[in-house]
Design a protein around this ligand. Structure first.
Ligand SMILES: *Cc1c(COP(=O)(O)O)cnc(C)c1O
Length: 383
């Protein structure tokens, strides 16, 4: 079976270094907010070109804490997309704010800046663009809109470690940016982890307090806070993995290029990279003509021992917990259509050329078989 992602292969590739980094923490006797976390925060800030990074427990809390540090309060409205991990929207609600869900650009699957104006209300305070699949959202018009309306922009960078717009990294465009280090992300630890990046010293101080009971540096609580810390073991793992991030992102780009070369003659849409953008291919997402073709291809690949995934099978506004409040919406038509037809192929740096070719061959075979058997009319494919 070729898996859709493979954090274990990544670990095995650097096992000696990871094991050594873990033993060092175990022997140090310091397990929370010690030297490893401080060093990782400095190194990741330097990688991004940001002034500050604050390690937190996971990506969802990173978004929530970033919003709170910007002063977002219960009842405030925050604009984001419905085509994202539910975590983005859950994080907005976690800090008591009310999400307003807007449309995506179907070419890049990221926030359509033209949809912002209709979502504006007098309570709107922030925008959370998501750099989905590793392709940057259209940050320039989004920032321009935010500036005109006096809104904060908090980037959701959970899928975009190392992505960039005109060479400037995602995570340095907004007032703050949230990262997840869930094991399958481009930069992933061996458990949960997250971080917030910012250039703003005031927001940095607030984040330091918020992640730990509202404590200031003298351990006096002067503000509200929770417990959301990055632990030393994960920070040590992340330091090793950060050293490999550029190389593993380059490898993802090569995997994507091999897919695109092979699949370009087929009746499906390939990922696009807009000019000036650095795409880091957290996912390689193709789009089929309709749901039936997508679902049948997924089954056909599974029968050939190739695992794929759908990111995401339903937009947030149609998930049961949210649908009562949001429901179907004419303003989210592209979002709804996209969810029915997308498919994420296997994507991880250790994927071999032989495996990529096997996946592409099987996709080619699917189209040969479906065209020959007139698949469109009866909907079944011989395997
Ligand atoms: C993974 C992810 C998150 C949440 O991160 P966790 O670390 O799982 O809490 C948020 N937004 C997006 C777009 C993600 O992919």
């Amino acid at each position: 079976m070729i898996p859709q992602n493979n954090p274990h292969a990544n670990y095995l590739g650097i096992k000696a270094e990871i094991d050594q980094a873990i033993s060092k923490v175990l022997d140090s006797g310091r397990y929370i907010l010690g030297e490893e976390t401080a060093a990782f925060e400095r190194e990741f800030a330097s990688f991004l070109g940001a002034r500050f990074v604050v390690g937190v427990a996971n990506g969802t809390e990173a978004i929530c804490l970033a919003l709170r540090a910007c002063g977002i309060r219960p009842g405030d409205k925050v604009i984001t997309v419905s085509h994202t991990a539910v975590a983005t929207v859950a994080a907005i609600e976690m800090c008591g704010a009310v999400p307003s869900l807007v449309e995506i650009d179907p070419a890049t699957y990221t926030m359509n800046p033209a949809s912002l104006i209709a979502a504006m209300t007098k309570n709107t305070r922030a925008i959370v663009p998501v750099h989905l699949y590793g392709h940057p959202a259209d940050v320039e018009p989004i920032l321009k809109f935010a500036e005109e309306k006096g809104l904060f922009v908090i980037e959701d960078c959970a899928q975009a470690h190392g992505a960039a717009v005109h060479g400037r990294k995602t995570g340095t465009w907004g007032r703050a940016a949230a990262f997840s280090f869930y094991p399958t992300k481009n930069l992933g630890c061996l458990g949960d982890g997250g971080a917030v990046a910012t250039n703003d010293p005031g927001i940095h101080e607030k984040l330091i307090a918020e992640r730990q009971y509202g404590w200031d540096r003298a351990r006096v609580s002067r503000t509200e806070g929770i417990n959301s810390r990055l632990d030393e073991l994960q920070a040590a793992v992340l330091r090793v993995k950060l050293g490999q991030l550029d190389e593993s992102n380059r490898r993802r780009v090569q995997v994507a290029a091999r897919y695109s070369d092979s699949l370009s003659s087929l009746p499906l849409s390939l990922p696009v990279v807009l000019p000036g953008r650095t795409h880091v291919y957290h996912q390689y997402v193709i789009r089929l003509s309709d749901r039936k073709t997508r679902d049948t291809l997924l089954e056909f690949l599974k029968a050939g021992s190739i695992q794929t995934a759908i990111h995401y099978p339903a937009p947030v506004h149609l998930q049961p917990f949210y649908s009562d409040r949001f429901g179907r919406s004419d303003s989210l038509m592209e979002t709804e259509k996209v969810c029915e037809t997308i498919l994420s192929l296997p994507m991880f740096p250790e994927l071999t050329s032989t495996e990529i070719d096997r996946i592409c061959d099987r996709i080619h075979r699917f189209f040969r078989v479906t065209i020959k058997d007139g698949f469109g009319s009866h909907g079944s494919v011989r395997i």
